[in-house]
Design a protein around this ligand. Structure first.
Ligand SMILES: [Zn+2]
Length: 168
């Protein structure tokens, strides 16, 4: 009998946006002190302590490069620049993650609101929240903190120049 393959304990399936494959990888688990050494104070405050960066202050709210936004903590592929849009909120906003495997959603009832928090599936980093008022094609608005993301790609958004192929 063929059974679905479940990841081993401590491991997780993550979509690799370059190979376009689901890969079984180790979860990334570190102590607060370990994260504090790896991250800037603002990255630590936002990504590990569920903080929110002030609007219009982050590196990516007004940013138009072509490439991938990865988790600042563990490098997991999170958002493709193709899904980025200008929400006017002052936070980088996307219509969809690169793959549902790479994020987790949890209900957040802090600050007297019911919101859906978005976390990195591999390391649990706080990324931001998702709201059902985004543009087509998904109608979702992933409202992210720049501090939780690292950009990999071309900062030049000129449409005549295709993004470099990932392989040489
Ligand atoms: Zn992560």
């Amino acid at each position: 009998m063929v059974r679905n393959h479940d990841p081993l304990p401590g491991r997780i399936l993550i979509f690799n946006a370059q190979s376009q494959l689901l890969e079984e990888v180790e979860r990334v688990e570190k102590t607060e002190d370990e994260w504090r050494l790896l991250l800037s104070p603002e990255q630590f405050r936002v990504a590990r302590m569920k903080g929110t960066e002030p609007p219009f202050t982050g590196a990516y709210h007004d940013f138009h490069g072509n490439g991938l936004f990865r988790c600042v903590c563990c490098g997991t592929d999170l958002f493709n620049s193709k899904t980025k849009f200008d929400s006017g909120t002052g936070w980088p906003s996307f219509t969809a993650p690169v793959d549902e495997h790479n994020i987790r959603r949890v209900q957040d009832v802090s600050l007297g609101m019911i919101r859906t928090e978005v976390l990195c599936a591999r390391c649990g980093a706080h990324l931001g929240h998702v709201f059902p008022d985004g543009p087509p094609p998904t109608g979702q608005r992933y409202c992210m903190n720049s501090s939780s993301l690292s950009f990999y790609g071309s900062r030049d958004n000129s449409p005549e120049r295709p993004a470099k192929a990932p392989h040489s």
